[in-house]
Design a protein around this ligand. Structure first.
Ligand SMILES: [Zn+2]
Length: 267
């Protein structure tokens, strides 16, 4: 599942490829991902509009058009690609937007993602969009604000980090990475964290997400789409060696979500 660092780079790439391109043809290949509008309206309203910039907003991508925004929640397996040659849609292809030179493809193997076409700036119909916290990478999210927001959170610290109403943009994989770097076990209750641990958590969040964004910024849109996360230190690395201490990485699964951690580095 793409998280904020990937989506920020995807948004930059899409902006540089698409800005100024006019949509000539929109085709919904699978209606299951289209929300908020009937398919024919979705298709006809987007045609004739010009792509402006693309931004990552937490786990959403917002593609600005002339009078509308395309809002994409890629969920587990949603991917975007921009191709200059024509191709036949596969069963994973959900929606395509064709311009004079390029086609933007949204594909989704598990078909769990959601795409909306909304009036510019009106996200009221977008599920899970309202009532979210500040972006995890927003420079305006200071340690003080982080601490204050953390106080109102309950439960295990990993779940807090993944809760978009606390901060937006962190998912299952990068929550594990952040907690390894912070030296905090994912199952710790939020209220058991000391002041020092809270500060370490904040610094780890900024550091880990920025590092991942830097790594991904070297990759192409296609490389990001295949999600080769060879930079992960702890997530998805059960039984492998912890790069920080040389110990073995542990794993527990709850609600189909894997959590990996290091029993030596994390307390
Ligand atoms: Zn370790």
């Amino acid at each position: 599942m793409p998280e904020l660092p990937e989506l920020q780079i995807v948004a930059e790439r899409l902006t540089s490829l698409l800005a100024g391109q006019i949509i000539k043809k929109t085709v919904v290949h699978n209606h299951i991902v289209v929300h908020g509008l009937p398919v024919d309206v979705f298709e006809s309203k987007s045609v004739g509009e010009t792509f402006d910039n693309v931004v990552a907003d937490g786990k959403f991508l917002i593609l600005s058009l002339t009078n509308h925004d395309i809002v994409l929640n890629l969920m587990l397996t949603g991917r975007v690609r921009v191709l200059s040659r024509h191709k036949r849609p596969t069963s994973y292809d959900m929606v395509s937007f064709q311009t004079e030179d390029l086609t933007l493809w949204y594909s989704d193997e598990k078909k769990m993602g959601r795409i909306y076409l909304v009036e510019k700036g009106d996200y009221s119909e977008v599920a899970g969009f309202a009532d979210r916290g500040p972006s995890a990478l927003d420079p305006k999210l200071t340690l003080d604000i982080f601490k204050k927001r953390l106080k109102s959170q309950r439960g295990q610290i990993k779940n807090v980090l993944r809760n978009q109403s606390f901060v937006k943009g962190i998912g299952n994989a990068y929550a594990d990475e952040i907690l390894l770097y912070a030296g905090i076990l994912p199952f710790r209750r939020r209220y058991t964290l000391s002041d020092t641990e809270t500060k370490n958590l904040y610094l780890a969040m900024k550091k880990v997400l920025s590092r991942i964004r830097d790594i991904i910024s070297e990759r192409s849109l296609d490389e990001i789409a295949i999600e080769k996360r060879d930079f992960l230190m702890v997530h998805n690395r059960r039984g492998k060696i912890c790069p920080l201490c040389g110990g073995r990485i542990s794993e527990v699964t709850a609600n189909r979500f894997k959590t990996n951690y290091c029993q030596t580095c994390q307390k």
